[in-house]
Design a protein around this ligand. Structure first.
Ligand SMILES: [Zn+2]
Length: 307
């Protein structure tokens, strides 16, 4: 699972400039870190103001690294769950679902066999939106050694789904995805490597309850390295409504995938007049089996006018 070793590997292996320089406006105090510290805000030597320059261009190698990482462990989980006819692909395109080359699905579980990246909706089984990043704050000392300086929630650069705008963007993308009829049977999962802010757990649960997102998961079992205080709040296993889930092992990821794939499910989102709902129910052939009745109900729901 995601760990400090993975982040160190990214920092050491990338050619991109990753270090932010934090410097004092009055004296020569400066240090290099991945993120700016929350404390101190003032220079410890002269009490001057500290400002930081965030390097440009570290985001795209970082998302390439995290998406490859997520794709590799999902592939292993899928294999261990025994779905031999499916595979994991990156940057999946599907015109019917508005997943274009400019807004492809980061990762998808798809039917095995296609050589390219273009799929039909019925060949796509799960879609994953990856919102991972470097979550710990790393510092570089004069000797060129690097070490974790603060945990994910104690520095100024919020990473992964600890960033509220990442959560909102993922929910927005899910809502657009759900506006296409063909998406109705495809789970949409947001993959992070940190907890969400505690104050956002209700929004996460709400979007999962509404069916827009099927789950927010974190792939980091232990995001608290430096300070393990209040770990139930700062490192929750899951939210009250179970919309957020921390995955602690490869086995747990396998059973999560198995659960997503084994039962066919459909998305129902609608604001209906009760009389209209009654009309649909009355028109159904209730002698069919449960799954077929569900299918008919669902089709009729989508055939209705939007208002
Ligand atoms: Zn200073």
């Amino acid at each position: 699972m995601w760990s400090p070793e993975k982040e160190e590997d990214f920092i050491r292996s990338t050619d991109a400039v990753v270090w932010a320089t934090i410097s004092c406006n009055k004296c020569d105090y400066r240090y290099e870190a991945f993120f700016k510290k929350s404390v101190p805000n003032k220079c410890p030597k002269c009490d001057g103001n500290l400002s930081s320059t965030t390097p440009q261009g570290r985001n795209s190698p970082l998302s390439a690294y995290t998406e490859k990482y997520a794709s590799d462990i999902l592939e292993e989980a899928l294999k261990n769950a025994g779905f031999d006819d499916l595979e994991v692909k990156r940057n999946v395109i599907c015109d019917e679902l508005d997943l274009t080359s400019r807004s492809a699905a980061d990762i998808a579980i798809v039917e095995k066999g296609e050589i390219g990246r273009i799929y039909k909706p019925n060949q796509i089984k799960v879609i994953f939106e990856v919102k991972m990043s470097v979550i710990w704050n790393w510092e570089l000392n004069e000797k060129g050694e690097i070490a974790i300086e603060t945990d994910y929630d104690k520095h100024k650069g919020r990473g992964s789904i600890y960033r509220t705008d990442s959560i909102l963007k993922a929910i927005g993308k899910g809502a657009i995805f759900r506006s296409h009829f063909e998406s109705c049977g495809i789970p949409y999962v947001v993959v992070g490597n940190s907890p969400t802010p505690a104050s956002y757990l209700d929004k996460v649960d709400g979007s999962v309850r509404a069916g827009i997102v099927q789950r927010f998961i974190s792939l980091t079992p232990e995001p608290l390295i430096i300070d393990k205080s209040e770990s139930e709040v700062r490192n929750p296993k899951e939210s009250d409504g179970k919309g957020f889930l921390r995955i602690d092992s490869q086995e747990e990821l396998s059973s999560f995938i198995e659960d997503l794939l084994k039962d066919e499910r459909v998305f129902i989102g609608s604001m209906l007049k009760k009389s209209k709902l009654g009309k649909i129910i009355k028109s159904l052939d209730l002698n069919k089996d449960y799954s077929d009745i569900g299918e008919d109900f669902f089709k009729k729901l989508y055939e209705m006018d939007a208002v």
